[in-house]
Design a protein around this ligand. Structure first.
Ligand SMILES: Nc1ncnc2c1ncn2[C@@H]1O[C@H](COP(=O)(O)OP(=O)(O)OP(=O)(O)O)[C@@H](O)[C@H]1O
Ligand SMILES: [Mg+2]
Length: 64
């Protein structure tokens, strides 16, 4: 069993050191901007998107 889960995180509480990215992504979504999250493999792109998608104030906007 791995020491850490290899699955993407699903909530902002689980994300370490991503406060600025979370805030910025919510800001852009609210502004109805199209956003691409780019970065190296395993840096946490999917986790960031999944977690922000769960923030109540950021929902109401259809997202994939
Ligand atoms: N901010 C974070 N704090 C703690 N763990 C994190 C964080 N972001 C990602 N992880 C962990 O790092 C690993 C990779 O995360 P994730 O799958 O979201 O990255 P990714 O950039 O989408 O990867 P890939 O390039 O393979 O699609 C997972 O184990 C995830 O739980
Ligand atoms: Mg990913």
């Amino acid at each position: 069993m791995p020491l850490f889960s290899l699955q993407p995180k699903e909530t902002t509480e689980e994300l370490f050191g991503r406060d600025n990215e979370i805030e910025e992504l919510i800001r852009l979504i609210r502004a109805r901007r199209w956003v691409a999250v780019l970065g190296p493999r395993m840096v946490g792109k999917t986790s960031l998107v999944k977690a922000v998608n769960r923030v109540p104030e950021s929902i109401g906007i259809k997202a994939i």
